[in-house]
Design a protein around this ligand. Structure first.
Ligand SMILES: NC(=O)c1ccc[n+]([C@@H]2O[C@H](COP(=O)([O-])OP(=O)(O)OC[C@H]3O[C@@H](n4cnc5c(N)ncnc54)[C@H](O)[C@@H]3O)[C@@H](O)[C@H]2O)c1
Length: 244
């Protein structure tokens, strides 16, 4: 299926996990893929496998996000889709009384401010694209299913940003979707499962095995949904989408 032929797709956070699987699948389906991440080694490797380009970015740093957009403007001149997957989860299982403000700010900075900056600075490029789409990644954490106060708050902000953009940008022909993945087998999720097991005095590996057996999804599964959402076939999809 080559339904992404002719599309230029930016995957921010594409060095690992859901973003990496998405970059690779979009490339397989014919897209010209740009991987952006602050993990340069893995980001470049993913871009190379995807036959695409790599741009370094720290999504918390406005200058860096601006530079990413400027570099893409020079190399590609447009974007047909932004998939913003860069994210972190910190402060799992920390009680409210012990929760450090610095941790809260760090998580909000990457997940929420990062999504805002990426959307803001790629918008001029998306306006030059064909049937452009912006996909942000929220989480069921946004409605309270979370191990971390900071992560929950950050994802609430991502959802609010995405649904607000969906309304405001529709008149400019830009479709915005917010994706809510379930538990997915990535570095982020594995760290939380291991941390929970250690906290309970259990074997982290056994906990990981149990999670896999009880339905934890794989990044490739979410990538199939994201590759659909950036395609023209998703033209009628509006707002929020949930996956396993
Ligand atoms: N794994 C899950 O179960 C799950 C569930 C719901 C939502 N999500 C969300 O999906 C998205 C992808 O998560 P994942 O599970 O693939 O995690 P991951 O840790 O495997 O990948 C996250 C990527 O983001 C990059 N990144 C982190 N901070 C960055 C920064 N400041 N600037 C640039 N890049 C940065 C990392 O280098 C990494 O490549 C995240 O937004 C996460 O919150 C994940």
């Amino acid at each position: 299926m080559m339904n992404l032929q002719g599309k230029t797709i930016l995957v921010v956070g594409g060095a690992a996990g859901i973003g990496q699987a998405t970059a690779l699948l979009c490339a397989e389906r014919g897209a010209d893929v740009i991987v952006a991440d602050f993990n340069e080694a893995e980001g470049r490797a993913t871009a190379q496998t995807a036959n695409g380009a790599f741009v370094p970015v720290d999504v918390t740093d406005e200058t860096s996000v601006k530079a990413m957009a400027a570099s893409i403007s020079q190399s590609h001149g447009k974007l047909d889709a932004l998939v913003q997957t860069a994210g972190i989860l910190k402060g799992a299982y920390v009680d409210l009384e012990d929760f450090e403000l610095a941790t809260l700010r760090q998580v909000l900075d990457v997940n929420t401010v990062g999504s805002f900056l990426c959307a803001k600075y790629t918008l001029p490029l998306l306006k030059k694209g064909q049937k452009p789409a912006i996909i942000l990644i929220s989480s069921p954490a946004a409605y309270g299913v979370s191990s971390s106060y900071a992560y929950a708050m950050s994802k609430g902000g991502v959802s609010a940003l995405g649904t607000t953009m969906a309304g405001k940008l529709a008149s400019q022909g830009i479709r915005v979707n917010v994706l809510f993945p379930g538990g997915i087998n990535t570095f982020m999720k594995r760290s939380v499962i291991e941390e929970d097991a250690r906290r309970k005095g259990q074997d982290p590996q056994a906990a990981l095995n149990a999670a896999t057996q009880t339905g934890m999804g794989e990044p490739e599964g979410v990538a199939k949904v994201l590759a659909f959402l950036v395609s023209d076939e998703a033209d009628y999809v509006r707002g929020s989408v949930s996956t396993r």
